[in-house]
Structure formats: structure tokens, C-alpha cells
Ligand binder design. Structure first.
Ligand code: ASP
Length: 396
């Protein structure tokens, strides 16, 4: 019998509406994962593999995922890793809110894919809901059953998200609808698989036949976005043992953009103020959500050129949802180079990748190591642009 660990973190799936006929007014993260699981298996046949799987549940957090914190991420990563390392565990399901599910999925994908271990073939399946648990049309029970069905499937691998009968890869998935029952899309690449419910799971009026997972593509699994060589990588536990992760901020390029936000981020006086308030104040990275093919407004360009010589890693991404980007052939702004490693990632996911890389890759840490004394005290953004050092370029 296959063993699946279900880790609860809250979200609407665990939500409670004071009036069950009004699913819009509710409080997320009210019910425990064990009771959600017990409540959702009732419609299954006695012979259904989902009903017969060996399940262990654990409440890792109880939050609305809009409030996702580093503490919860660290706890979740540690537990997901711990479960995967158990030889009797076939896969992990994470019950999560929809708001930041794509970010948590990608965080797990990027962190776990930095390791070279056999556990990487086991699936990690996030799932969620758009309606609270106690309304008659709650979608959480079906999604939770579907997630376990996917985790049990022999073809499942890597970090995926299951919602409304679709399976999405962590790298591609985005919440694109604010209110729809199926709020996720993998864009033009489409879902990885579909989950067909059993006939007696009546919620979505499934056709007759066995419940099954139909794979539309071969899952890429934990193929790393990119990876430093083993000798230049810290162990994964660094991520949950570190009190803070490197500070990486995002800036957006848009019509009528001004450099005020960027100026504040790079301003040493503001940094000094931040030193007093934040546990980890030094700015280590900037992700630019650019227009089109990662282009940025001319008002941002001069400051971006100053950021890299100040020891701030700048990664350019696009705010466009589709189409990928083509950065070969010297598309760059001074030192604000995009790394090809991050191509195709949304700005939010590129930010996560950069935080993780800065923390566990020695290569990237070389860029900002304190031995480079000139980096520890950032110049004022109005100062002349410092000359770049050759070793500030590239990534790993
Ligand atoms: N705010 C909720 C959350 O992300 C929304 C949801 O779960 O659908 O936790």
C-alpha cells in the first residue's frame, strides 16, 4: 500500500463561512487537515485506491496564503523534504490557499531541484479550493481527492498543482482568474494532465468509468531551472536553517514610470533606516518586471546600471504572461543582465529563484561576498556609475 503525507497549511479549502449559503463571506484557514481528509473520502468506493491509500496528515501552518511568510515556507520545505526522504512515502500532498500557491509550488520546485537525490522522482502535489469547506458546493473535497489520486499515480513526478480536474507544473502555473472555480492556467503550454473523477464523486457530474489521471504531456519533474555544480552548492537545509533569506525586491516598468521607488531601494540613507528595522536589510537582488522582451522604461535605466556594481544582482523578466523572451545577442542594460536561467519565469518566480540561488549557490554568493569591501557600503545612486568588475557578470 502506498503512503501519502498530506500537509495542511490553511487557505479557503480549510475556510468556514458563517452562512453556508453565502460562500463569499468566509474566514480562510479554520479547519484542520485531518478533518478535511476524513470528510472528503465519504463518496469514494470501498475499492478506490484513494480510499485505500495509507494517509498521514500533518498541520504545518494554518494561514490565508495571501499572508505567506518565510517562517511557513521554511517549515513547509523542511517537512516536504523530510517526508520525501522517508523510504515508505510515495508522495506528498500540500493543501494550500490559491493566492500564492504558484509561488509556494515554485519555491518547492526550485529548492528541491538543487539537490541530487533519488527523492526527486517522488511527486509533491499542491491543491487548494475556491469555496470554503462548509458550503454545499465546496470544491475542496474533490480537489483533495484528486491531489491524492495524482500523488498515487505512477507517472507523477516533480512539483505540480491540482485544481478543478487539471494538473499544472510548478514552473508554468499562474492564478489568472480572481474568482473562477478553476483560477489557474499554464498558459499556452496547457495543463500537464487531467483528473477524471469516479462516477460516484458526484460533485462535477463525472461520466461513468474508473477515476483516472490522463497525462497530456510527459512531466518534466524536478528538472532544475539551473543548478550550480555540487561543490558550489550548500545543502538544502541551509534554506530552512537560515534566519532570513536574501532580500530581493521587485520593480515594475510601465508607461510614465519614474525612478522614485528604485531610488529609494538603492538609497544608502533609506538602507541605513532599513538596517534599524529589518532583520536582513541589505538589498541583494532586484527583479525587474519589464515590458515586452524584458525592456525597461528609460527613466529606470541609469539606476539599474548602478545596481550591479553595488553588489545588487539584477534579473530582468517580462510582465507579459506568454511568449517567452529572447535575450541572446546582447539585449542588456549595462550590468542589468538577465540570466538565461530565469528566462520564461514570471517576475514572482524569478524573485524566488534568485533568493534561493543567492543563499545556496557559492557562485552567486561570490558576487556579494563581504570580502568585496567596496560592495558593503553602497554608493549613492546619484554618484557616477562605478566601473563594473568582470566577476560580477554571469551566474553560476
Ligand atoms: N485567500 C485564500 C488563500 O489563498 C484564497 C484561497 O485559498 O482560494 O489562502
Amino acid at each position: 500500500m502506498k503512503k501519502i503525507c498530506i500537509l495542511g497549511t490553511g487557505g479557503t479549502m480549510a475556510g468556514w463561512a458563517p452562512n453556508p449559503n453565502d460562500p463569499v463571506l468566509y474566514q480562510a484557514a479554520q479547519l484542520g487537515i485531518q478533518s478535511l481528509w476524513e470528510g472528503c473520502i465519504a463518496p469514494l468506493d470501498a475499492a478506490d485506491p484513494v480510499r485505500n491509500a495509507e494517509i498521514c496528515t500533518e498541520q504545518v501552518a494554518q494561514i490565508d496564503s495571501k499572508d505567506m511568510s518565510l517562517e511557513v515556507w521554511k517549515a513547509l520545505l523542511r517537512r516536504v523534504h523530510g517526508c520525501l526522504m522517508q523510504s515508505d512515502v510515495a508522495g506528498v500532498v500540500v493543501a494550500h490557499g490559491t493566492d500564492t500557491a504558484e509561488e509556494t509550488a515554485f519555491m518547492l520546485h526550485h529548492a528541491l531541484s538543487q539537490q541530487d537525490q533519488p527523492m526527486l522522482t517522488k511527486p509533491v502535489v499542491l491543491t487548494c479550493a475556491m469555496r470554503p469547506a462548509n458550503v454545499p458546493t465546496a470544491d475542496g473535497p474533490q480537489n483533495l481527492r484528486d491531489a491524492v489520486r495524482v500523488a498515487l499515480d505512477p507517472q507523477a513526478t516533480g512539483v505540480v498543482l491540482v485544481c478543478a480536474g487539471e494538473v499544472h507544473e510548478a514552473r508554468a502555473v499562474q492564478k489568472v482568474y480572481a474568482t473562477a472555480l478553476n483560477p489557474f492556467s499554464s498558459g499556452i503550454s496547457g495543463p500537464l494532465a487531467r483528473v477524471l473523477s469516479a462516477p460516484n464523486e458526484r460533485i462535477r457530474g463525472a461520466p461513468d468509468g474508473e477515476a483516472c489521471v490522463t497525462w497530456l504531456k510527459r512531466p518534466a519533474g524536478l528538472t532544475p531551472t539551473h543548478q550550480a555544480p555540487p561543490m558550489r552548492r550548500r545543502p538544502i537545509k541551509t534554506l530552512w536553517e537560515a534566519p532570513e533569506w536574501p532580500r530581493v525586491e521587485m520593480v515594475w516598468s510601465h508607461a510614465l514610470a519614474s525612478d522614485w521607488a528604485l531610488r529609494a531601494l538603492l538609497n544608502p540613507e533609506v538602507s541605513a533606516e532599513a538596517q534599524k528595522r529589518l532583520a536582513n536589510p541589505k538589498l541583494m537582488g532586484l527583479v525587474v518586471a519589464g515590458t515586452g522582451n524584458c525592456t525597461v522604461h528609460e527613466s529606470l535605466e541609469p539606476l539599474l546600471q548602478q545596481a550591479a556594481p553595488m553588489g545588487v544582482k539584477v534579473v530582468r523578466t517580462t510582465r507579459c504572461l506568454e511568449g517567452g523572451v529572447h535575450l541572446e545577442g546582447g539585449v542588456h542594460i549595462g550590468e542589468a543582465l538577465s540570466t538565461s536561467a530565469y528566462q520564461g519565469l514570471s517576475p514572482f518566480k524569478a524573485r524566488i529563484a534568485l533568493m534561493i540561488d543567492l543563499l545556496i549557490s557559492y557562485d552567486s554568493l561570490n558576487l556579494i561576498h563581504p570580502r568585496h569591501a567596496e560592495f558593503s557600503k553602497p554608493p549613492h545612486p546619484a554618484d557616477p556609475i562605478p566601473r563594473s568588475r568582470p566577476d560580477q557578470q554571469g551566474f553560476g
